[in-house]
Design a protein around this ligand. Structure first.
Ligand code: TXA
Ligand code: MG
Length: 313
């Protein structure tokens, strides 16, 4: 199939909405990364996401909606979830909540769980599209296990992308945050961090007024959320917390020929992370990465770097 690159004007948005209504998959910009969207109420359309990505297993997918009022028709909101949604939506926060029995979400979206991951994206193109469609299921729009896309060119990349495998990409320019959303769920009533991401953990803890529980790895459930060891993988081997060595491509944090941020700014580093990893990988040498401070967005950057450096399956 020929993948269309759509300009996100009224005509392009209408075309994307029509494609989605017929069960096609369309890559869409969000403020975090590009998502590969399908109608969350159409199981066959959602299956198309797995087919296009070549994803080996059915992980639950995040459902995108335009606002909190729509989210409340899909899931139950305990008081803490309501307050986080009011503080951080629209934005880079996903809440995993009890699914309403009448939500009408395809069971493939939740992988059969009785919870659903919900996010209201802030990106104006995602917002404009969601006003024309129903809820959209969307994981990151890359081939399975590859680096997440933060531009339409990444989505269409010959090796790591989805050109020829999806109906269209809405080109909304580079994603401003550049890291996937922070995911919070409730375990036994305790707000729990499932994945660090675009909203710093500290900001969420400040809004809650108490620390988040940390998700404990369950060795008996290797495919549980956040448990995939190798993810976001470049082709090259990756050394972390490293000084530059000859024969490697070095990614700096601070001044350097290839740097996440010349001024050592964590927000800029997050926005550039996946693009810089791609550029380093294109050099064909092993990659080393300078130490990144582990606070604020740095915690999410280090999470993605550890996954990129993990042994491949
Ligand atoms: O920023 C983002 O979150 C991007 C953009 C496109 O919105 N999406 C994204 O989706 O990163 P994906 O599929 O790559 O990550 C979804 C994560 C997975 O780790 C999944 O296990 C978790 O969300 N998740 C979704 N629904 C869940 C549920 N019901 N219970 C537990 N985890 C869930
Ligand atoms: Mg992903």
């Amino acid at each position: 199939m020929q993948t269309l690159r759509l300009i996100p004007d009224d005509d392009g948005l209408d075309r994307a909405a029509r494609l989605l209504a017929t069960g096609a998959c369309v890559a869409i910009p969000t403020e975090t990364v590009y998502g590969l969207a399908a109608d969350a109420r159409d199981g066959a359309a959602v299956a198309g996401i797995y087919q296009a990505k070549g994803r080996p297993s059915f992980n639950p997918l995040i459902v995108h909606i335009p606002d909190l009022a729509t989210a409340r028709t899909l899931a139950q909101f305990p008081p803490e979830a309501q307050s986080l949604a009011q503080t951080f939506w629209p934005g880079a926060l996903t809440l995993v909540l009890p699914l309403r029995p009448d939500a009408g979400i395809a069971s493939l979206v939740t992988a059969g769980l009785d919870t659903v991951g919900l996010r209201v994206p802030a990106h104006p193109v995602a917002q404009a599209l969601l006003r024309r469609t129903g809820p959209l299921a969307a994981p990151s729009a890359n081939a399975s296990g590859r680096i997440s896309p933060t531009t339409a060119d990444h989505v269409l990349d010959r090796d790591t992308g989805l050109d020829g495998r999806i109906a269209a990409v809405l080109d909304g320019g580079p994603c401003p945050v550049g890291l996937e959303s922070t995911i919070i769920c409730w375990h036994d009533g305790h707000a729990t961090l499932l994945r660090p991401g675009g909203i710093p953990t500290e900001a969420i803890e400040a809004a809650l007024g108490h620390p988040l529980a940390r998700h404990q790895a369950d060795p008996s459930a290797p495919n549980a959320p956040g448990q995939l060891t190798s993810h976001y993988a470049p082709r090259a081997a990756l050394r972390l917390n490293a000084r530059p060595e000859p024969g490697e491509t070095h990614i700096a944090f601070g001044p350097g020929p290839l740097t996440l941020s010349p001024t050592a700014d964590l927000t800029e580093a997050a926005a550039r992370l996946f693009d810089i990893l791609r550029r380093a990988d294109a050099q064909g040498l092993p990659i080393s990465v300078a130490p990144i401070p582990d606070h604020g967005l740095g915690a999410a950057i280090n999470d993605r770097l550890r996954r990129a450096a993990a042994p491949r399956p």
